[in-house]
Ligand binder design. Structure first.
Ligand code: HEC
Ligand code: HEC
Ligand code: HEC
Length: 160
């Protein structure tokens, strides 16, 4: 991102989004890649040797109306429910309607979209629990009733 580009960021909404994020996520450690509300899109990426795409839904939702993407651009309301590929993007469809170097940075910035942890399945990160389990596959394997066990590294907060 060039400095001049950076300066054009809508700081107020960026700040608001950051604060909202803090409120919603508490002080939970950030997942390495996808966060609460993000959509991981991985119909083709892994198979093509690219990292899965992490689409920050809320980042976009605070900037555009739902209709822009879900009606005008034709995005289905379903994680992984759109057959998106790079030809379409470069042709101006889906993400490419905006990520064209004019409305937003262009498709040449592969890593900004293909930022997911390799092997992450298509999904919506809907809860902080999901975020934790996604970050620790071992917990998924042992998901039975003992899920209520407290996380070892998180001391109980002092009661006020
Ligand atoms: C604006 C976001 C964005 C950028 C930037 C981007 N991609 Fe993608 N790309 C996607 C999405 C979304 C998909 C569909 C993901 C899926 O279903 O796995 C995709 C799919 C792919 C695929 C698999 C489908 C196909 O077209 O073959 C490859 C390979 C790929 N991208 C390579 C790249 C490379 C290389 C770059 C940089 C030159 C790049 N992408 C930049 C969003 C992006
Ligand atoms: C900038 C484009 C964009 C905007 C704006 C947007 N969405 Fe989305 N939405 C997406 C994309 C991309 C996906 C994932 C589609 C995929 O995986 O192929 C998605 C997925 C969804 C899904 C299915 C996944 C889930 O979260 O359960 C719902 C529901 C949804 N959006 C609702 C909304 C609503 C409601 C708004 C407005 C408040 C909105 N979207 C605004 C692009 C957008
Ligand atoms: C309606 C327009 C629009 C669409 C469609 C759209 N984006 Fe974006 N996106 C933006 C804008 C604007 C920004 C902010 C660019 C900036 O900061 O310079 C952005 C930023 C991003 C960011 C960076 C978020 C951050 O934290 O800085 C990612 C990642 C991203 N988009 C991925 C995608 C992917 C993947 C798709 C398709 C699934 C997509 N976008 C579709 C407009 C769009």
């Amino acid at each position: 991102m060039s400095p001049s580009h950076f300066l054009r960021l809508p700081w107020r909404s960026a700040l608001l989004a950051a604060l909202t994020g803090l409120l919603l996520w508490g002080l939970a450690p950030r997942a390495a890649h996808a966060e609460y509300g993000d959509v991981v899109i991985n119909n083709y990426s892994d198979a093509a040797g690219m990292r899965p795409v992490v689409f920050p839904h809320w980042f976009h939702r605070v900037r555009f109306r739902c209709k822009v993407c879900h009606a005008d651009l034709g995005f289905q309301f379903k994680a992984g429910g759109n057959q998106i590929n790079m030809l379409k993007i470069i042709d101006g469809q889906f993400c490419g309607a905006c990520h064209n170097g004019e409305l937003a940075w262009s498709a040449e910035n592969c890593n900004l979209c293909h930022s997911g942890k390799p092997g992450t399945a298509t999904q919506v990160h809907e809860s902080t629990l999901q975020k934790l389990t996604a970050a620790a596959p071992a917990m998924l394997a042992a998901s039975a009733p003992k899920a209520a066990a407290p996380a070892p590294a998180a001391p109980a907060p002092a009661k006020k």
